[in-house]
Design a protein around this ligand. Structure first.
Ligand SMILES: [Mg+2]
Length: 396
C-alpha cells in the first residue's frame, strides 16, 4: 500500500501559459494576464515577470511600475475554461478520483494505480509529462500522505517541478514552513498566533491545544492543532460521481449467432476489465444491454457474490446474462456491458473457493501491458484470429 497516494497538481501560471500556447512569441517574456486599464488587476504573472515583483492580485499600475517592459494581456476566460477541460481529462485518464479546486488545480487520489506504476511519484511524473507533451503546458505536482500536505508540496515544487514529501519526513517538512501556510489561517488568525510568538508551523505544533483554542477559538484552534501534526482526514471527493463503468458498441453489421455474440462479449469484458483496473475499482453488479435491428432494447443485470474486475469473471457474468436473453436467436445491433455498485479495488475481499491466484497474475500482467500500450495490445487468441478459439478464457 502506498503511504503517499495523494497528488496535488497545479498548473504553472496557467492563464499566461495558455496565452503562450496561442502566441508563442510571448514565451520567455515578462507577461501577465490582467485588466490593462487604470483599475485593472493582475490575474496571472509569468515567472519572468515575477522576478520583478509582479504578483497576481496586484494592481496593474503597480505591476507596470515594477516591470516597465511588462506585456499585459486582457483575460480570455472562455479559452482558459476550454483548456482547463483538456487538463482535467488528462487527470481523469489516470484516475476518476479527481477533485478540482479551480480551473487549473486538483487533487488526485492515485492509490488505485499501484499495479500500474512503481510509485505515486512515477504517477506524478507521468501526469506532468502528459500535460507537457499533449497540451504543451507546465505543471507542478506535490505528492504526500494527505491533501493539505500535497498542496503545500506542489507550492514548493513550483515552477515545473515535483516534490515528494515522504510520510516519515512530513513533520520536518511541515514544521519548517511559516504558520501562514496552514489551511484556513487568514490574517486575523495569523495576528492572534504571532501574539503568541508563533512564526512557523513547528511553533503551532509545540503549543498545547488549550492555548490555541484560547487564542483563536475552538473550531480553528482544534483544526490548527490537527494540521500542525500532519492530520488531515479529508478524502479526495471526485467531482463526477462514479456510479458505473461501461463499454458499448454499435456494430456496422448486425451480429448473428451465439458464437459471434459471445466473441464480442469477450472483447467487451476485456475492455471493461481494463477500465475498472485503471480506475482502481471493482464491480458488484454486471449489466448487459442488447439492442436489436428494430431498436428494441433488452437489459439484464446480475449481482455477484463479490465485486470483480477481472475480464474472465466479467465474461462469465456476461455469458450467463446473454444466455438468459437467448442472444443469437436474432441479429444484434448493439451490445453494452457495464459494471455497477463499484467499490475500490483495495477493499478486502474474501478469496472465493476455487479462486485461482495464478489467473489473477495473468490478468494483472495483461492490465499492465494495456496500461502501457493500449486496450488492443494483448488479448486471447480468439479475438486476434476472429475465429473460435475458446482457449483458457472460456474455462469456468
Ligand atoms: Mg496554478
Amino acid at each position: 500500500v502506498w503511504t503517499e497516494p495523494i497528488l496535488h497538481v497545479d498548473m504553472d501560471s496557467f492563464f499566461v501559459e495558455v496565452e503562450r500556447l496561442d502566441d508563442p512569441t510571448l514565451t520567455g517574456k515578462t507577461v501577465a494576464v490582467g485588466g490593462p486599464g487604470p483599475r485593472g488587476v493582475i490575474a496571472s504573472a509569468s515567472y519572468e515577470a515575477r522576478r520583478f515583483g509582479v504578483r497576481s492580485a496586484q494592481a496593474t499600475s503597480t505591476a507596470r511600475r515594477m516591470c516597465p517592459e511588462l506585456v499585459v494581456i486582457p483575460p480570455r476566460h472562455e479559452r482558459y475554461s476550454e483548456i482547463s477541460a483538456r487538463v482535467f481529462s488528462v487527470f481523469r485518464s489516470f484516475t476518476p478520483l479527481v477533485e478540482g479546486l479551480s480551473l487549473d488545480e486538483a487533487f488526485l487520489d492515485v492509490s488505485g494505480l499501484r499495479k500500474h506504476y512503481e510509485s505515486p511519484v512515477e504517477v506524478g511524473e507521468a501526469v506532468r509529462t502528459r500535460l507537457r507533451t499533449d497540451l504543451g503546458l507546465p505543471a507542478s505536482v506535490g505528492v504526500a500522505s494527505v491533501k493539505f500536505l500535497a498542496k503545500l508540496a506542489s507550492e514548493v515544487a513550483k515552477p515545473d517541478g515535483l516534490r515528494h514529501v515522504r510520510k516519515e519526513d512530513q513533520l520536518a517538512f511541515l514544521h519548517a514552513l511559516p504558520a501562514s501556510s496552514l489551511w484556513g489561517v487568514g490574517p486575523a488568525t495569523l495576528a492572534a498566533l504571532s501574539r503568541l510568538g508563533v512564526e512557523r508551523v513547528g511553533d503551532v505544533a509545540s503549543m498545547p491545544e488549550t492555548t490555541l483554542v484560547a487564542a483563536v477559538g475552538p473550531t480553528v484552534g482544534r483544526h490548527l492543532h490537527d494540521l500542525a501534526r500532519g492530520h488531515d482526514p479529508r478524502v479526495v471527493v471526485p467531482d463526477i460521481d462514479v456510479k458505473s463503468v461501461s463499454v458499448e458498441e454499435t456494430y456496422d453489421q448486425d451480429l448473428l449467432g451465439r458464437e459471434v455474440v459471445e466473441t464480442a462479449l469477450l472483447a467487451h469484458a476485456q475492455r471493461l476489465s481494463g477500465r475498472l483496473r485503471r480506475a482502481g475499482l471493482r464491480a458488484r453488479t454486471v449489466t448487459l444491454k442488447v439492442k436489436y435491428p428494430d431498436f428494441t432494447l433488452a437489459t439484464r443485470s446480475h449481482t455477484l457474490a463479490a465485486a470483480v474486475d477481472g475480464s474472465r469473471q466479467l465474461y462469465q457474468a456476461a455469458l450467463e446474462l446473454a444466455r438468459g436473453l437467448d442472444v443469437g436467436a436474432q441479429p444484434v445491433r448493439l451490445l453494452g456491458l457495464g459494471g455497477g455498485s463499484l467499490e475500490p479495488a483495495d477493499t478486502p475481499t474474501q478469496l472465493e473457493i476455487g479462486h485461482e491466484v495464478e489467473w489473477d497474475k495473468v490478468e494483472d500482467a495483461v492490465a499492465e501491458v494495456r496500461q502501457k500500450f493500449g486496450d488492443r495490445a494483448v488479448g486471447p487468441a480468439r479475438l486476434l484470429t476472429g475465429r473460435e478459439h475458446p482457449g483458457s478464457s472460456q474455462e469456468p
